[in-house]
Each structure stands twice: as C-alpha cells, then as structure tokens.
Design a protein around this ligand. Structure first.
Ligand SMILES: [Zn+2]
Length: 439
C-alpha cells in the first residue's frame, strides 16, 4: 500500500503547535542545540551471526551500504536482557536501577497477574524529553514502555498502538498516542494478523504451506508469523505517514523486528540448535528468520529515504539472538535465547566510517546529545561514541558535560511506581507468555 500524508484534524495540528510554543521556552542560559536531524531506527533482536552470511551473499543491501559508509559495532547490552529495560536504557543513557524499568511486567498490589510495564514507571528523562525541552521537535513511534503516551514537543505513538485489533484505537485506549486525537487519524494504517494476506505470508515461507487448513499442525506457528508481520507493517505504515506529514528534528521508530521470528523459528533455520522438528516444519519454516532479516533490510532502506544531508541515522538493536539453551537436558527458550551483543550502525552527517570500540546500549543517548552540541550528563552511564564522529565536528563542538538533566531532587531510590492497567493487558500478557517472557 502506498503511504500518503495523514489527514490530521485541525484541532490536532493546533495542539501540536501550541505544545511546540510552550515547551520551547524552557531552556535557560543554555547553548542552542545544533540544527540537525537524527533518526533512530530500532530493530529488536538483530544478531551479527545471522547477518554476516547474508551480507556476504549480498542479501542485505541496505545494511551493506550502512556498514560501508558508517560506523558500526557489536553493541553490548545490559545484564538484564529484557527488551523494555534495554530500550529504556537506549533512550535515557541510564542503567535500569536509575531509570526504574526492570522487566517486561511487574506485580501490582492486589493483582494476581503481573501487569505489563508502563511508561509512568520510568523515573528519568528520555532523549525525547531532553531535546523537546530545548525546542527541538520529536516524533516517537512504537518505542517499548511508552504507554501511556507522554506529552512531548511533537508526537508519540505508544507501543500499545499495536494491540487491540478490531477496536478503534482511541476509543477504548486513551493516551495510546500523544496528542490523543491522532490515534483515530492513524487507525487506517493498522493491520491485524488476519489482514496479512497469503501472498505476503508466502514471502517468508517455503513449500506447500496449506495455509487455509484449519487445525493443521502448522496453524499455530503460522498465526504467530502473521502476528509478527502485522505488527511491523503497522509500525512501518504509521511511521511513514507521520515522517511524511510532520518531519521532526528527532525521529525514532521501534520495530519488534527479528526478535519474535527468532524466538519462534530459530531452530527451523538452524536445526542443530534445538530439539528435532518434523521434516514438514523444517521445510516450511526454515527460511523465516533469514527472510525476516531481508524484510527488515528493506524497511530500514525505506526510512533512509527521509535522511537528507543534514540527518544522522542510528540503527540499533537491543540484544542479539541465539537458539534455545540446553541446560540439564532441557531446552530453555524465551529470554535465555537473547544474546548480550547486538548490532549498531551510525551513518550520515558527521559520521566517519569504521568499527566502534565496544559500544554499549548506554552510549546512544550521550552520542545523540553530543551531535546536537548539548552536554552529556554526569549521571548517565554511557559515553559519547566519539570515534564515530568527524574530528572536525568535535573540534568545533567539543564534548561538554553537565551534572544532570533531571529536574528537582535526584530520583534514584525514590518510591517505586506501579504500572497502570490498560484495556489491552490481557492481550499483552498473552503475547509475553507465548514468547516465554513472563509466567
Ligand atoms: Zn526476545
């Protein structure tokens, strides 16, 4: 489907403009940020061991170009390999004990089921707050742990936009976007698992898949693949429509990407890593992981078209992937399949090609601040990836520091917030359970 500009209502446009004015007056006695654009494309679960042979075979043309022209490395993840924790560290430059997001879900007093983690639990400023408060416009799409969507100097489509199929997104689920009104304007871009056509599905499969056969052994796994495609296609379409309609200084989009397919189809791709499969499964699903990497390569390539000569692009994963771990004779799935090193590439304005020196997920936010000529905070846990930045830029804009970007009292150690309940909690829990992330 061709993506066109979103016809956002006049009221929503007016509210965006008003927020831009009210927030941009916040900065006092600070340097003006450098006029530039930064685009972050987050892809969950990218693994060099899978990408290497595909790059060699010329099957990932976008990544080939990014690696040739950009700065790249094996990004070091956290001790906690749970995606909402890591994506929050990427967006804050801080460890979990400071930012407050400690897992996929958390128990609430009096509730029997764990509640999926929500944005109010985050205790510290994210890059979109820091830049927005200094007058830069921000557009955030799908980032983990961003529901309820918070007020920003621009727009935010929370990670829950991908749940609640069949409902009008804004109807039941308030604060699914900021401003709230854009949820209904973006609804036409949502795709549910049942909207994924057979033709689209077959791009990822091989052989006679007997797609329509009810009760087939393959049916459950095909449903999982439909879900993964629907989610990333929704994110892709929403992010395109917004990037076209409202170019922002910072644009960040998160894709569940290869993580789900890696959990569900890894052993089909690499049969030696898991328990035996049926010949049919191996034949039908053996290409899913690799073809999902090729799909993500095309998706990233499409977003590069928005990058002008003033744009710096960061493509990053939160962790890598492996097969299930065999411990004591049993296979461990779920988080045990997350590998502590993932993929990062910086590319575009002021980036010099080469290999990064032990980059960490904590380094993304400090590096973006440096690219804007803004100081890095002493209470951040990462560093500026200076080896990626043009020395001439760093001479003109030396890396500076400031004590903190946090307003008021230091927040670490403050009362832990509980996640808030949402109308899609059952659906979120079902997905987290199906991936082995929660009990
Ligand atoms: Zn995972």
């Amino acid at each position: 489907m061709r993506i066109t500009r979103v016809a956002l209502s006049i009221a929503v446009l007016a509210s965006l403009a008003a927020i831009g004015l009210s927030l941009s007056s916040c900065s006092q006695e600070e340097m003006e940020p450098i006029k530039r654009r930064v685009m972050i494309i987050g892809v969950d679960g990218l693994e060099w061991d899978v990408m290497g042979p595909l790059l060699d075979a010329g099957r990932l043309p976008t990544f080939s170009r990014l690696l040739d022209e950009g700065a790249w490395g094996e990004i070091r993840s956290l001790d906690i390999l749970e995606s909402p924790v890591i994506w929050t560290s990427i967006a804050t430059g801080k460890l979990s004990e400071k930012h407050g997001i400690t897992g996929f879900a958390k128990s609430r007093r009096g509730a029997t089921d764990p509640t999926p983690i929500t944005s109010n639990v985050r205790r510290v400023e994210a890059i979109w707050n820091i830049l927005g408060e200094r007058g830069l416009s921000v557009g955030i799409v799908g980032w983990l742990a961003t529901w309820p969507a918070e007020p920003v100097n621009g727009y935010m489509v929370s990670s829950y936009f991908n749940y609640g199929w069949g409902d009008s997104p804004g109807e039941k689920n308030r604060r699914i976007t900021f401003p709230e009104g854009i949820a209904d304007d973006l609804a036409e871009y949502r795709i549910g698992p049942d909207d994924v056509g057979d033709e689209q599905l077959l791009e990822f499969l091989a052989g006679d898949t007997r797609l329509g056969e009810q009760g087939s052994l393959l049916e459950g796994r095909i449903k999982a693949l439909r879900g993964a495609i629907a989610t990333d296609e929704t994110t892709r379409r929403v992010a395109h429509s917004l990037a076209l309609s409202f170019p922002t200084d910072l644009f960040a989009v998160y894709f569940r990407g290869v993580d789900g397919p890696s959990h569900k189809f890894w052993t089909d791709a690499f049969p030696e890593t898991g328990p035996p499969l049926t010949a049919e499964e191996e034949q039908v699903f053996g290409q899913v992981v690799v073809r999902y990497y090729e799909y993500m390569d095309r998706v990233v390539g499409e977003f590069l078209e928005y990058a002008d000569e003033n744009t710096t692009v960061v493509v990053t994963s939160d962790h890598g992937h492996s097969g299930p771990k065999l411990r004591g004779g049993t296979y461990q799935w779920g988080i045990a399949m997350h590998d502590p090193s993932g993929v990062v590439v910086l590319w575009g304005r002021d980036i010099v090609p080469g290999q990064l020196s032990d980059p960490s997920v904590l380094d993304i936010t400090p590096t973006i601040l440096a690219l804007y000529g803004l100081p890095v905070a002493d209470d951040m846990d990462g560093r500026v990836l200076a080896e990626a930045i043009d020395p001439a830029f760093l001479r003109a804009h030396p890396i500076m520091s400031t004590a903190t970007y946090e307003p008021g009292e230091a927040t670490p150690g403050s009362q832990d917030q509980e996640p808030v309940e949402s109308p899609v909690d059952d659906e979120v829990r079902e997905r987290l359970r199906s991936l082995g992330y929660i009990e």
